[in-house]
Design a protein around this ligand. Structure first.
Ligand code: A2P
Length: 339
């Protein structure tokens, strides 16, 4: 009874990570259908030691498909996800197309997996920062009431897809060789530089699109629709792991030991918090890792009331921030269907 699985956008950065996550997590796959644009048709990609051909995405691509992962941008999802549903598939969508739609749950299994009980036909996979953040917040949110979040992000190139990762590599190479480099994807030179996230800035609030997504989606996943959240999103020249420097305010006094205990026993988290060795979460150690790394856990000295805790979180943007979370949603759907 292994399902027929489709990946829309199979040749992209997240598509590749999806193939990897299906392998890594041993997800049962009866048939894998790899879909991309006409440009990629005829290529083949490797899955569990077999070559699987890439096919052009068309309206007829979903016959017989049980689970369809979408990762080819919001407009492709808007057009093709309903067709996949009509063909009988459950859709797990990595784009922003349905994330704020009331009848589509937005899921991080560790935080709000119980919302899958309703057996939805389309499930939205969150923005990468929201997914990594809420994985770390889930055990705290369960135990204490969170009243405010304040954070800055350190975001990798993979969030902008395979092309942005290549621009980081090429720009860095050119910079080291003393050559001119004209960025094509990003508005600014990325080598040895950091800059405000490249999404559009809302003229009224001054927040950019990424920041507004992080606020709206985090509220939705935590089920706290008016939670005060302040966030500044920054691009850093890292290939595939996002960092988040975070202050969490609770409605009561908390201490570092109890926060650390709650994190230590939670799924999907690895505490990396060695003060003696000055060893804390780093993109170099989070890249390729399924767990979100959490460290620098301490009382926030900026809140003398003792109700605020501060920490640094790093997670693989392509895995927990995208593909792996999507595969975990598929695992949860299968477990619920079997129960
Ligand atoms: P292709 O490689 O054929 O262009 P990324 O986010 O890493 O840039 O990847 C985007 C993914 O979405 C790729 O797999 C890309 O396929 C796919 N894609 C882009 N446009 C289309 C389209 N019009 N139809 C189907 N797949 C598309």
């Amino acid at each position: 009874d292994a399902p027929v699985v489709a990946i829309v956008g199979a040749t992209g950065a997240v598509g590749l990570a999806l193939i990897h996550s299906l392998e890594q997590r041993n997800f049962p796959v009866g048939e894998l259908r790899l879909l991309a644009s006409a440009r990629s048709a005829g290529r083949s990609m490797s899955f569990r030691g077999n070559k699987v051909p890439v096919q052009e995405l068309t309206e007829d691509s979903f016959a017989g498909v049980n689970i369809a992962f979408f990762s080819a941008g919001a407009s492709i999802s808007r057009k093709f996800a309903p067709l996949a549903v009509d063909a009988g598939a459950q859709v797990i969508d990595n784009s922003s197309a349905f994330r704020m739609q009331d009848d589509v749950p937005l899921i991080v299994p560790e935080a709000n997996g119980k919302e899958l009980d309703a057996a939805p036909r389309i499930i939205a996979n969150p923005n990468c920062i929201a997914a990594i953040l809420t994985t770390a917040l889930a055990p705290l949110h369960e135990r204490w009431s969170i009243t405010r979040l304040s954070m800055s992000t350190y975001q990798a190139a993979s969030g902008g897809g395979a092309e942005m990762m290549e621009e980081l590599r090429e720009g860095t190479r050119a910079h080291l060789n003393g050559e001119e480099f004209e960025p094509k994807i990003l508005p600014h030179s990325y080598a040895f530089n950091i800059f405000s996230h490249n999404s559009d800035v809302d003229p009224e609030t001054g927040y950019n699109g990424e920041e507004l997504k992080v606020i709206a989606e985090t509220r939705r996943i935590l089920g706290q629709p008016v939670l005060p959240i302040s966030v500044t999103c920054i691009r850093v020249p890292i290939l595939r792991a996002h960092g988040i420097s975070l202050s969490i305010r609770f409605d009561e006094h908390v201490n570092t030991a109890s926060i650390r205990n709650a994190l230590n026993s939670a799924p999907g988290i690895r505490v990396v918090d060695d003060r003696e060795a000055n060893h804390f979460p780093m993109p170099s150690e989070a890249s390729g890792e399924q767990d979100v790394l959490v460290g620098r856990i301490r009382d926030d000295l900026g809140d003398p009331s003792g109700r605020t805790s501060t920490m640094f979180i790093v997670g693989d943007q392509l895995l927990k921030g995208a593909a792996q979370n999507a595969v975990q949603i598929a695992e949860a759907l299968r477990a619920k269907a079997a129960a």
